[in-house]
Design a binder for this molecule. Sequence first.
Ligand code: ATP
Ligand code: SKM
Ligand code: MG
Length: 172
Amino acid sequence: MTVVLIGPPAAGKTRVGKRLAKRLHLPFVDTDAVVVAQHGPIPQIFAEHGEAHFRTLERAAVAEALVDPGVVSLGGGAILDPDTRADLADKRVVLVTVEPEAIADRINNAKRPLVTDLESWKRLVAERRPLYESLADYTADTSRRPIETIVEEIAAWVEDQQPAQPDTEGHS
Ligand SMILES: Nc1ncnc2c1ncn2[C@@H]1O[C@H](COP(=O)(O)OP(=O)(O)OP(=O)(O)O)[C@@H](O)[C@H]1O
Ligand SMILES: O=C(O)C1=C[C@@H](O)[C@@H](O)[C@H](O)C1
Ligand SMILES: [Mg+2]
C-alpha cells in the first residue's frame, strides 16, 4: 500500500508523513529530502540551476519513491508534473492543508525559494488549489490540531480503505 501526502509548502507533509509511516508500520520517503541528499540544498539548486532543473530532479525522486509501498511526502510543487499526477491515480492521496492564519511562524525561514512571505504563499496556494483538490482522496487540516490527532485520523481513513479481508472460515 502506498499513501501519498500532497499539499502546500509548510502544511505539515513531512512531519505528518513521518509519524503516519510509523503508525502504519510502513517505510517513509520525503522527496524533498531525497533531492537534497542527492543534489544539495533546495535554495542552492534553484539559485544555481533554476526551477525547471529542480523539477526534473524532483520528478526522478518522486518516480523512484512511488515504486515500493510506503508513506511518501511529496514536495509542495511535485504535483505540477503531469507524470506525477498520473502516478497518483492508483495511490491513496492525502491532501494536507493549513490556513493562512496558522502559517506565518512556519514560513519564517529561508528554506523555501518560492515562498518568501505570507503573500507569496497565499498566491501559490490559490494557483494550485484546484490541482491539489482534484488529486485528493482525503483532506486533513493541520492548522489547529495536535499532530497525533491528525495522524490518527488519517490512519483510520487509510485502514478503512483496505480491501475486505477474505473470510477465513470459508463462509461465502
Ligand atoms: N499539526 C501541526 N501543528 C503545528 N505546527 C505544525 C503542525 N504540523 C507541522 N507543523 C509545523 O509546520 C512547519 C512545516 O511542517 P513540515 O515541514 O512538515 O511541512 P511540509 O508540508 O513538509 O513543508 P515543505 O513545503 O517544506 O515540504 C514545521 O515547522 C512544523 O513543525
Ligand atoms: O511548493 C513548491 O514548489 C516547493 C515546495 C518545497 O517542498 C520544495 O519542493 C521546493 O521548495 C518547492
Ligand atoms: Mg516537507
